[in-house]
Design a protein around this ligand. Structure first.
Ligand SMILES: Cc1cc2nc3c(=O)[nH]c(=O)nc-3n(C[C@H](O)[C@H](O)[C@H](O)COP(=O)(O)OP(=O)(O)OC[C@H]3O[C@@H](n4cnc5c(N)ncnc54)[C@H](O)[C@@H]3O)c2cc1C
Length: 401
């Protein structure tokens, strides 16, 4: 049977998720990732050195997405029992529970972390200290280097536990690189329910915008924070200042991300955004969980967790003592989390938005297209909500003393 066509044949951007499996598998290193005008990475073959082995086409996870996924066996609304650890996660902290087990069993955790220039890359953690940088959602596409999958394969061959977390396409890429149809006994994977990914270039542009506004360099950036009220876009500056927004809508970058204005083209047709999942354990937010599951603590995040494979079920047993949970049905999660079953729709503005940024500048776009129409109203509402929230906490503390 002829192999299905891939981006390498068609140069159709919808067909490439930028996972890097093709550069990892190439035996003569003749493929490299190059950024397009929007900052998204795509593979480019050096035809002079290519030996036409076609392993790059065979490893591409996009054409075989459906056949490599499984129907979830169990769905849980869940959260770490340790509330302090939960506050340091984006959602209910299930990633931390699995990663901790892996580290305690001398394994390696692979996830997305910023380097010291705020570039997002997949990196490793073998200690709980190293794990800190991997925790938390970063709403940008994470780059996976051409050695990462090879390293994981070598560790698995040496019977060392590896836990890989990424978007559905990244997990599918790893599985395809290792073996499309065989589950490796020492590999655990988690895909995150994914809204779509903006590019590193757009994020860098946003950081420069913040630096210009504040007159100081950004030293740290957090997309969300479970430990404080509101807790969106927490930015630390070199001059010692810190800013926090009470809502995603008040950040131009996060507003654009949430509305799907700036995702990679393949994200709008993502074949991994379905009820069938590609990993052992799918992680997400259980939006609306606070109302549905009264036994769980609603003050910090509640995770959605789908256990999809037998290996995932075994891992669940390993961590279950650290978790509060309610078993439920996928139908309880879908109404508030459409990306569990379908990709984010491509809005019309996506046709022109990168051109607007290039021609009119990011500052202009931030003030226009990346700003909700009711921006001032939102600011006022959040100001009063925050005020009454702090007052309520003070009253509670006074009552407790
Ligand atoms: C781009 C993006 C879009 C998302 N969209 C949704 C959504 O629509 N609905 C939903 O329910 N949940 C979504 N999530 C997932 C959610 O934000 C939490 O990451 C998830 O619930 C896990 O939370 P946690 O508390 O268990 O772990 P956390 O401690 O928050 O750990 C998150 C894990 O995800 C990995 N990770 C973080 N950023 C990236 C990235 N850019 N690429 C690959 N891996 C990454 C980290 O390495 C870590 O392993 C999204 C996450 C990302 C990164």
């Amino acid at each position: 049977m002829p192999s299905p066509l891939t981006y390498l044949d068609t140069v159709d951007k919808h067909a490439c998720c930028g996972c890097g499996a093709c550069i990892s598998v190439c035996p003569v290193n003749c493929i490299s990732m190059k950024a397009d005008a929007e900052g998204f990475l795509y593979p480019k073959i050096e035809t002079d050195s290519c030996i036409n082995c076609n392993t790059c086409r065979a490893v591409c996870p996009m054409p075989s997405a459906v056949s490599t996924s499984s129907q979830p066996q169990h769905i849980y609304a869940c959260q770490l029992k340790a509330s302090e650890e939960r506050k340091r996660s984006s959602s209910g902290g299930i990633f931390y529970a699995i990663a901790k087990w892996i580290i305690q069993n001398s394994g390696i955790v692979y996830g997305a972390a910023f380097d010291n220039k705020l570039k997002l890359r997949h990196t490793t953690a073998t200690t709980l200290e190293e794990l800190e940088a991997l925790r938390g959602s970063k709403y940008i596409q994470s780059e996976i280097s051409d050695v990462t999958f090879k390293e994981i394969k070598a560790h698995l061959q040496a019977q060392r536990w590896c836990y890989f977390v990424g978007t559905g396409c990244q997990v599918a890429a790893l599985k395809s690189f290792i073996s499309k149809d065989k589950q490796h006994p020492y590999l655990i994977t988690s895909d995150i329910i994914c809204h779509g990914v903006p590019s590193q270039w757009l994020f860098d542009t946003h950081i420069r915008h913040l630096e210009k506004q504040r007159g100081s360099k950004v030293t740290q950036y957090q997309f969300r924070d479970n430990s404080q009220w509101g807790g969106a876009e927490i930015v630390d500056y070199e001059n010692g200042e810190r800013s926090t927004l009470p809502s995603y809508s008040l950040s131009p970058y996060l507003y654009a991300f949430m509305n799907g204005f700036v995702s990679r083209e393949s994200c709008y047709e993502c074949p991994f955004a379905t009820q069938h999942r590609v990993s052992d354990i799918t992680l997400g937010d259980f939006w609306g969980g606070a109302k549905l599951f009264k036994t769980l603590d609603a003050t910090t995040g509640i995770s959605f967790c789908a256990v999809n494979t037998e290996q995932g079920a075994n891992m669940w047993q390993n961590i279950v003592k650290d978790i509060d949970y309610v078993e439920t049905d996928i139908l309880a999660a879908i109404p508030n989390n459409s990306n569990l079953v379908r990709p984010t729709p491509r809005p019309i503005i996506r046709d022109s938005i990168f051109e607007t940024i290039r021609t009119k500048g990011y500052d202009y776009t931030a003030k226009t297209a990346f700003k909700p129409q009711n921006y001032m109203k939102l600011r006022i509402i959040y100001f009063f909500l925050r005020f009454s929230f702090i007052k309520r906490i003070k009253n509670l503390l006074q009552a407790a003393l």
